[in-house]
Design a protein around this ligand. Structure first.
Ligand SMILES: Cc1cc2nc3c(=O)[nH]c(=O)nc-3n(C[C@H](O)[C@H](O)[C@H](O)COP(=O)(O)OP(=O)(O)OC[C@H]3O[C@@H](n4cnc5c(N)ncnc54)[C@H](O)[C@@H]3O)c2cc1C
Length: 385
């Protein structure tokens, strides 16, 4: 599937090429045959997590001493691209491996890292990050979930919504106020191990416009008792700083996914228009089709060049918030346009759920909304003007 004909990026070393082949083969054998069933069921199977863990596809960037593969963000990017090229867009692994695990690695105490990371790497634990609430999403300072000191620990109360991996997750990082009067400085990240958390309740798996088999859910915390060791790190009030520092990687993960979906959309469409006929011609023979796809390929290629630049910066630990925000905003905007134009070339079949392009059109819509809306990205970029 090489619809974008760029040379291999400089960051893609030989071992990453091997990882790409291994991930592609594994996903094709183990996951791809079930994607339609999961889509129909509205949920993918729990054992996807342990299978991905056993194949070394979870927590690739975590150090080996904590059960990971000791890779870099490049490993994460390669694996995530393969999930998307195979059409497994609903899988929450990019968030689990690229967002939840790094919070623990970057801010957890030694004891917390040893306790949680190896189990995240095997898929025994499934991670989620619960920031958004019914009353607030973009404005995280408005979070109302509270973690109040009680004896040696905390009592957590609040509700969260739109949480990725919400039904499967058993290790949830919850954004909560430990000092509601202190604004951003009163926010902390609390880790809830749901297998032993009376008062924790999962709400509905939400019905959505797309990503049908993803278990995006509501979560409720009613007097959930947490030991002091479940505060991420050893100091209260660090939550906002921790969130802000790791957000560029979250945005880059979304951008990687967006570009991979464009690649897949282009490949599927080129294939289709070479077969379908109208007016005695193949659809590809119409100049309109050629121009549409020429423009889509150009847009996707430019997107990929910028993505590779951002990945290189990130690997050098030099990706700033403004550039990461540009990548998230612009590449997801381009993704939506490219997939829409591709769908048009499928005619009525493009509207049929059994055609992947139709699902991709629906799935892609959320990319401009989650991980910080594209409007919030523009706010962040505008601050640099
Ligand atoms: C499928 C899915 C998965 C998700 N997964 C997670 C998850 O795992 N964890 C999690 O915590 N959250 C998750 N979210 C929530 C997501 O991050 C939020 O929906 C998003 O941040 C927007 O917040 P909101 O929905 O409250 O919208 P609001 O903040 O209410 O925004 C409404 C509109 O106002 C605009 N707006 C808001 N503030 C400004 C401003 N200052 N200037 C200009 N425009 C503004 C927004 O851009 C948007 O267009 C998920 C959402 C979806 C749909």
């Amino acid at each position: 599937m090489d619809a974008i004909t760029l040379p291999r990026p400089a960051w893609m070393s030989e071992d990453l090429v091997l990882l790409e082949e291994q991930a592609r083969r594994f996903i094709a054998d183990e996951f791809a045959p079930h994607i339609d069933r999961w889509h129909e069921d509205g949920m993918y199977d729990r054992d996807v997590w342990t299978k991905a863990g056993a194949a070394g596809l979870l927590c690739a960037t975590m150090p080996e001493e904590y059960g990971g593969a000791g890779g870099t963000f490049a490993h994460e990017a390669v694996i995530n691209r393969e999930y998307a090229l195979a059409g497994f867009d609903a899988f929450g692994a990019p968030l689990h491996s690229g967002i939840v695990a790094p919070y623990i690695l970057n801010y957890g105490t030694e004891e917390q890292k040893k306790r949680w990371l190896p189990k995240l790497a095997t898929g025994e634990l499934i991670g989620a990050i619960a920031m958004s609430e019914p009353g607030t999403g973009s404005d995280l300072q408005g979070v109302r979930t509270k973690a109040e000191r009680s004896g040696n620990g905390y009592v957590l109360n609040g509700s969260k919504t739109f949480i990725t991996n919400g039904q499967h997750a058993n290790l949830i990082i919850v954004v909560a106020k430990t000092d509601p009067k202190a604004g951003a400085k009163g926010t902390s990240l609390m880790v809830v191990e749901t297998d032993d958390a009376p008062g924790f309740r999962r709400g509905r798996k939400l019905k959505k416009l797309g990503l049908d088999s993803a278990d995006t859910s509501e979560l409720f915390f009613e007097d959930v008792k947490l030991p002091a060791e479940n505060l991420l790190g050893s100091e209260e009030g660090q939550g906002f700083y921790q969130l802000m520092k790791d957000l560029p990687q979250e945005r880059l993960i979304v951008a990687v996914h967006a570009v991979a979906m464009m690649e897949r959309a282009l490949a599927l469409t080129i294939d289709y228009v070479k077969q379908r006929q109208a007016f005695g011609k193949k659809i590809i023979e119409f100049q309109n089709t050629q121009f549409e796809l020429a423009e889509c390929k150009t847009d996707a290629t430019i997107a990929k060049v910028f993505l590779d630049y951002c990945i290189e910066r990130h690997l050098a630990r030099q990706l700033d918030t403004v550039t990461a925000s540009m990548a998230k905003y612009r590449l997801t905007d381009t993704q939506a346009k490219v997939i829409d134009r591709c769908l048009q070339l499928f005619g009525g079949y493009g509207y049929m759920d059994e055609y992947p392009i139709s699902r991709m059109y629906r799935d892609a819509r959320v990319f401009r909304i989650y991980a910080g809306t594209n409007e919030i990205m523009k706010l962040l970029i505008a601050r640099s003007l």
